[in-house]
Design a protein around this ligand. Sequence first.
Ligand code: NDP
Length: 439
Amino acid sequence: QKTSPAQAEFYQAVEEVLDSLQPILETNEKYQKHAIIERMVEPERQIMFRVPWVDDQGNVQVNKGYRIEFNSALGPYKGGLRFHPSVNAGIIKFLGFEQIFKNALTGLPIGGGKGGANFDPKGKSDGEIMRFCQSFINELYRHIGPTTDVPAGDIGVGAREIGYMFGQYKRLTGNYDGVFTGKSLLWGGSLVRKEATGYGCVYFAQYMLEAKGDTLAGKRCLVSGAGNVAIYTIEKLYQLGAVPVTCSDSSGTVYHETGINLDTLKELKEVRKVRLNEYVAAHPEAKFIPAADYPADGNAVWRIPAQLAFPCATQNELSEADAKALVANGVIGVSEGANMPSTQDAVEVFLDAKISYGPGKAANAGGVATSQLEMAQNASMQRWSFEEVDEKLKVIMKNIFLNASETAAEFGEPHNLVLGANIAGFRKVADAMIEQGVV
Ligand code: NDP
């Protein structure tokens, strides 16, 4: 029942999952008897709060903060915080819902949650970001803890913001504990966490290709986004011999025929934090397509011929028309670094074309999995090497791929990783909920 029409993305995510679950729901009475679906779509707890802060001109600004503690059947709530002007209750709810299944798929003991604020970090000074983060934590600190709810980063939240939030949490509670992941390497962060979502999304593509006797070597790849996930997707693609030819931000798309220059991209986005149109100043042979020139029915990045696509920006950034263009141009695989980047119609196009399609909740789970490895290191007061964490990440991504593909085969649709990922994640959470009683 859609009781809140404003929550379009949440209903989109729920519909996709419920569609996939039909075969298991029809054959298992226990899920109905225990009202598993009714309980699963209702968050255990939703917190909405006022975030007042003072800007550099001395004016008071007010934003809206959220944390949704969706499901704790498998462990403490775990999921990122997003700071972006488009954030609203429906966006956080869809992200939290997806997180439940993603976290279950990792095989690690973590429940699902998500949060954020409709705060726009663009153009804000360091002092403004710090004051906003401190105010956000003045409310959130009472709801989180290393064994209850452990936030991380997402769009607009990286190591700097996590630092300011942790500092305020420590000041209010007096506790120095692993309440956040994605921390700086200087004080409790894990090696590979920064790279994990992008690397994991490429490992997932590698396993999808391997299953068909193919490899990443020499493949032309489209990547959208120019943030944390996109940058480390591009880095790993190069390491495995592929050629990423695009990246994008909300101002437009860069197409660099011979391959995106990773050093330039990092300099622009990680150091100078500027728009992508500056890329062509350093590389005049590359082309910049401004967002104003995108086709009316989609996104220019998906109209460039390539063999693989990695949507790494945001939700619903790949339309049905984009999916048709990708398939017509001969794409053989799509691995989603972002959460729900393909519209439901676009997903149908990929499934009908029987290309390798890794949905976000499986393909981008490397980030949260490595966050859990950060929690494990914090709790045991250990620090693992880069190679050790990377190796664990690879194994986790392989297991997610095998779990999703074997479950898809069990239900008679071996190529359908959407079905496989949803059923595999659901089964774990649902069975845990039944064993824990009516709570
Ligand atoms: P960042 O903030 O580092 O980067 C986001 C990128 O996407 C930027 O290039 C941004 O461009 C672009 N973008 C964001 N919103 C829009 C929009 N509405 N229209 C066009 N472009 C947009 O975030 P992340 O890289 O961390 O996150 C990217 C995606 O990956 C999100 O869907 C996130 O939920 C998902 N994800 C992230 C994980 C992580 O570990 N960080 C883990 C799992 C999933 P601009 O700056 O111009 O807005």
